[in-house]
Design a protein around this ligand. Sequence first.
Ligand SMILES: Cc1cc2nc3c(=O)[nH]c(=O)nc-3n(C[C@H](O)[C@H](O)[C@H](O)COP(=O)(O)OP(=O)(O)OC[C@H]3O[C@@H](n4cnc5c(N)ncnc54)[C@H](O)[C@@H]3O)c2cc1C
Length: 390
Amino acid sequence: MTISFDEWRARSPFYDETHEAVAQSVRKFMAAEVLPHIDQWEEDGELPRELHKKAAAAGILGLNYPEEYGGHSEGFNVFHGLTQSEELAAAGAGGLGASLMTHGIGLPPILALGSEEMKRRIAPEVLSGDKIISLAITEPSGGSDVAQLKTRVERVGNKYVVNGQKMFITSGMRADYMTVAVRTGGPGMAGISLMLIETDRPGVGRTRLDKMGWRCSDTATVYFDNVEVPPENLIGPENGGFIGIMRNFNSERLGMAHGCCAMARVALKEAMDWAQTRETFGKRLGAHQSIRIKLADCARQIGATQAWVDLCAHQHMQGKGVPADYAMLKVQATRMLEHVVREAAQVLGGASYITGSKVERIYREVRVNAIGGGSEEIMLDLAGRQMGLG
Ligand SMILES: Cc1cc2nc3c(=O)[nH]c(=O)nc-3n(C[C@H](O)[C@H](O)[C@H](O)COP(=O)(O)OP(=O)(O)OC[C@H]3O[C@@H](n4cnc5c(N)ncnc54)[C@H](O)[C@@H]3O)c2cc1C
């Protein structure tokens, strides 16, 4: 008996034939629209805008978003979303999911806290792939201590005027809209608001950042220089943005943890395929006991992490998720991925070091998972505080 990329779903109580249908549909999209081009996009440093429209047409961008805002929610739940991101991971390029699906972090604050007019104006354009939206929280002065962010907003007459900088913003070079965390009030978390900023407003500037991994995902530093924004662009109440940011982090961390499991399975599959054909010392590599043990140990760690992801996803669906769990789960998943891709690279030997192999790419993407969306230290500290320490 062998373990294939997606076979685990068939044995999980959380997945059924409807999830399999999503998997097959995304797999078709990947074969036709992504796999032939992904290496080129990695070189280009960004995804083509048409890909968003094609992904929308294939039902990918709108999956599990409300029908009234251009999504498809009928019959879908969080596990369909996880299935979809698993299939998007098959290319072994994490930048694809990060950039094609950036609306997964940019849009939810609008849908949760925005005015009805804003939801109807923004969501359909994004879910149809016509417009791209980013989430801009991190600043050059630091991303971990969100409560200290400095991008300042003043009320001048009937307008807001925004000044400041954002850093490491995914899809930031191509974004038409940004959901931006700004300071409208005093110090700390009670002075933070969320604001929609259109990137064609005078005073918005951006520069591209080159990166170790996620290379097909464009990443930007964004500058706001006296940008005038109408009051109706406020997302939720003034000075009430912090809760929206925190809520967003929970689903982002769950998604990232699942993404790590998916990427680890891709790396393991590459190593397994190699071990079945490569011969050393007169027999298949996989027939050496130490290699068998190494790869089975990777499968053990992926399985254990996936079980926790699925449990957290189930709790998330029922509104019973606990922030400490998402935080610890993300650390578990990134450390697991770090181990699995290291072992996979070891099994592939020199071949893993050549640019363009899936394992080489995933190896370069480990750190962004361990840092982005809340770094390991911050995640474990958050969990420790929720455990009543400090
Ligand atoms: C490719 C990429 C894409 C990203 N996309 C986005 C995006 O779309 N939107 C967005 O807003 N942000 C984005 N980020 C930013 C990301 O969320 C931040 O990098 C992350 O939150 C950490 O912030 P920082 O890099 O400023 O590190 P810092 O906050 O400066 O921390 C540096 C290091 O010190 C550690 N540290 C900090 N404080 C403590 C402490 N008290 N105790 C112990 N250790 C501590 C941290 O864990 C970290 O390892 C992205 C980052 C990357 C690399």
